[in-house]
Design a protein around this ligand. Sequence first.
Ligand code: PMP
Length: 358
Amino acid sequence: MRVHNFSAGPAALPLAVLERAQQELTDFQGSGMSVMEMSHRSKAFVDIAAQAEADCRTLLAIPDDYAVLFLQGGATAQFAAVPLNLCPNGGKADYINTGSWSTKAIKEAARYLDAHEAASSKTSNFDRIPPFTDWSLREDADYLHLCSNETIGGVQFHDVPAVDALLVADMSSDIMSRPVDVSRYGVIYAGAQKNLGPAGLTLVIVRRDLLDRPASAVPSVLDYAAQAAADSMANTPPTYAWYLVGLVFQWLLQQGGLAAMAERNARKAQTLYALIDGSNFYASPVQPESRSHMNVPFTLPDAALDAEFLAGAEAAGLKNLKGHRSVGGMRASLYNAVELDAVEALCSYMQDFERERG
Ligand code: PMP
């Protein structure tokens, strides 16, 4: 039996994708072998890889002057790869600090360059995107980094101001949940294990003119120019993860693409926030205008009820609702593969729990 899985990542995948992978597991399309058993240089795998890239380009309407890379190391490796590739000889970068993941990105970048916190919502416990009017951007910064969705805090950019700076975004937890104007960014990166597929693969979208910078100290597996020149096969790529991500892309196209996903995701999130806001029992720690459509943290009136809430949820087939250990409370992650009926089941459980305990 499949459960309703609200995990923050690795996270729920579309059942249709898993079933297709299952069907092709031991014999991929008459090849007599699993995708896992294929050389990454074989025609069969090179075709899988190329199709995944083509579908990725279609879904996000990625302009031709951008390279699409399928790398390893997670978004964490990109925290270092971004400064190393964009500023190989050091430099200055501005960072917007909206929570745990931005904080980690800043800390890592500070090892390689002058990383400046241009805005932060830390004093209000990361409950919002800092108002644009408070951003102190440096004119000579080499780039401006932001995290489009804070997976732990549940804070999301719903629009990004027009800035002169080269924009870099960590979209790990909301990539492909809505359309994005890629042409506004220099680099977009995302770990796959939330909205794209299994862990082990990192999507990096980089404007090609940024590949020309002499990348002296960059490890070659993280070197955007080298990986672009090698079609992301400078070394053995995570072939099976790449294949699964390709299946997710096909599923997204069948669902109507990212505009359709954005509508669905907004509906799911609104359903849950409406319940939270309509109750005197549950509360959201995030300001309404900055609330994430992907990760919805919420609290009960007394943390002493948390264990009972979670045990009851488990028993009802509602899994992985415990908030991140750093913030406590609950968190429901509503990625693309989490259907509205899962959210409705959660809401109905929450109402029952409130009736009994409220
Ligand atoms: N950025 C964000 C927004 C994340 O949610 C995560 C993972 N939860 C990371 C970065 C780090 O990703 P990884 O574990 O793939 O390195």
